[in-house]
Ligand binder design. Structure first.
Ligand code: UDX
Length: 445
């Protein structure tokens, strides 16, 4: 099929490259000429493992073409996927201005029957609104249909997530649209759920909000573990073995970030309020998450009191491993608080350094983790990059002014860190003396 992707960002590029890989002819469009020029020059403007190779292979085969022409994309495609950004407004409402602009342009450029698929994460009832916008500019009364196909791609595993989805959700209002889209996704051999349009839009919000809720729940339990001497890793394992709960998304830490969870949660709360429902549960999920980001600095203040001129090393800045994406990363808030406390900050991240320099030009950007830890009064691990798991922790400790390490992602084992001579703090982990005592008790009983 001839597919047009409108918006070549994280979702659009992965979706376009994967559809090309499945054998379709894909036009990936973006109104950012610089981004299209980079893509045409054979570079990929986002850090997503495997995306470079997938794009190059399909451009080579002539199945994937980049353009800044909306007209070409609309007129040469049978199916259009709208993948533009829907960032949060200050009050949490999703900003649909990009979707509106695209809708008007599609209406103006329609040349023959089209299926227009909303893939961007949008509040329920947006698809109907998009259809009205398109129709308002559709002077030639060309027939078209709107459908909804939310994405469930996680950054860092987006290609795998596209090719091996848990489910495909299709919100349609006709059998013809259903069969078109089912035929697109059938080769993936995954469950395909065909629903009405509003349900498909809500499934996306409800899914992300539920995952964020799991994270805030386990982080709240971690707070109680710290007070009772329990170990959140054991508690999470114990509850996750219940198949109704499951083990995923129960990793306690400094909380969730990224371009989706915070935004989708805020949009869902705002959407609920628009329809007269006060979504208190999700407000608490967001509040717990924001408080979790303050935990590492509160711990530092308990240890050092005044942080003025204390040198703090930050290991990991991206919102999760295997991405350079800093959007809503917990590290940004931690750094802002540390700057307010007049601490000196050194940063190392395997992929996000260039993006960090744009946000915080005055910080010290280390060559590697050992350059980062050198001379520090404390280290904060904020992203659980696999590379950090294999650090020479003795070398790190010797390079520091004081062996204080706050592990915001519970990457390390408290007992091992204690044996290495660190003053180690995890999230929801017992302090090493407590952990050792409890294991001795088990042995003796
Ligand atoms: C998420 C959803 O997983 C995906 O389905 C949706 O399409 C987009 O939003 P993403 O934001 O890319 O994907 O990353 P994800 O792996 O979900 O992690 C989100 C945040 O939650 C990260 O900051 C991560 O560190 C945090 N997280 C995740 C936890 O704190 N604990 C966990 O157990 C899991």
């Amino acid at each position: 099929m001839k597919i047009g992707i409108i918006g070549s960002g994280y979702v659009g590029l992965v979706t376009g490259a994967c559809f090309a890989e499945l054998g379709h002819d894909v036009l990936c469009m973006d109104d950012n000429d610089e981004k299209i020029a980079i893509l045409k020059a054979g570079q990929v403007p986002i850090y997503e493992p495997g995306l470079d190779e997938l794009i190059h292979a399909n451009v080579e085969e002539g199945r994937l073409v980049f353009t800044s022409s909306m007209k070409d994309t609309v007129q040469k495609s049978e199916i259009l996927f709208v993948c533009v950004g829907t960032p949060s407004k200050p009050d949490g409402e999703a900003d649909l201005s990009a979707v509106e602009t695209v809708g008007k342009r599609i209406g103006e450029d329609l040349n023959d029957e089209k299926l227009i698929v909303e893939k961007s994460t949008v509040p329920a009832r947006t698809a109907r609104w998009l259809g009205e916008i398109i129709q308002s500019k559709n002077k030639k009364r060309i027939p078209f249909e709107i459908a909804v196909n939310p994405e469930f791609l996680s950054e860092g595993t987006a290609i795998h997530d596209f090719m091996h989805p848990d489910r495909i959700v299709l919100g349609v209002s006709s059998q013809q649209a259903a069969s078109h889209l089912v035929s697109l996704y059938e080769p993936l051999n995954s469950p395909i759920l065909v629903t009405d349009i509003e349900s498909a839009e809500l499934i996306k919000h409800a899914s992300n909000a539920f995952l964020a809720m799991k994270i805030s729940y386990i982080n709240a339990v971690a707070q109680i573990c710290e007070k009772t001497g329990a170990d959140i890793l054991k508690v999470a394992k114990g509850i996750g073995l219940d198949s109704r709960i499951g083990t995923a998304f129960l990793n306690a830490g400094i909380g969730y970030g990224g371009a989706c969870f915070p935004k989708d949660l805020a949009a869902f709360v705002h959407l609920a309020e628009e329809y007269g429902y006060d979504f208190k549960l999700l407000k608490s999920v967001a509040e717990i998450n924001l408080n979790q980001r303050k935990a590492p600095v509160q711990k530092l203040k308990e240890i050092f009191g005044d942080l003025t001129r204390k040198t703090i090393g930050i290991l990991g800045a991206s919102f999760k491993p295997n991405t350079d994406d800093l959007r809503e990363a917990p590290s940004l808030e931690v750094i802002q608080i540390l700057l307010q406390e007049k601490a000196e900050i050194k940063v190392y991240d395997p992929a996000a350094m260039e993006n960090m320099k744009k946000l915080f030009p005055t910080l010290y950007y280390a060559r590697d983790p050992y350059d980062c830890s050198s001379g520090c009064d404390a280290l904060l691990l904020l992203t659980e990059w696999q590379a950090f798991k294999h650090l020479n922790l003795l070398k790190i400790k010797k390079s520091m002014r004081q062996p204080v390490l706050i592990d915001g992602r519970n990457l390390f084992d408290p007992s091992r860190m204690s044996r290495l001579g660190y003053q180690y703090y995890g999230i929801g982990r017992p302090s090493p003396s407590l952990a050792e005592t409890s294991s001795q008790k088990t042995l003796s009983s």
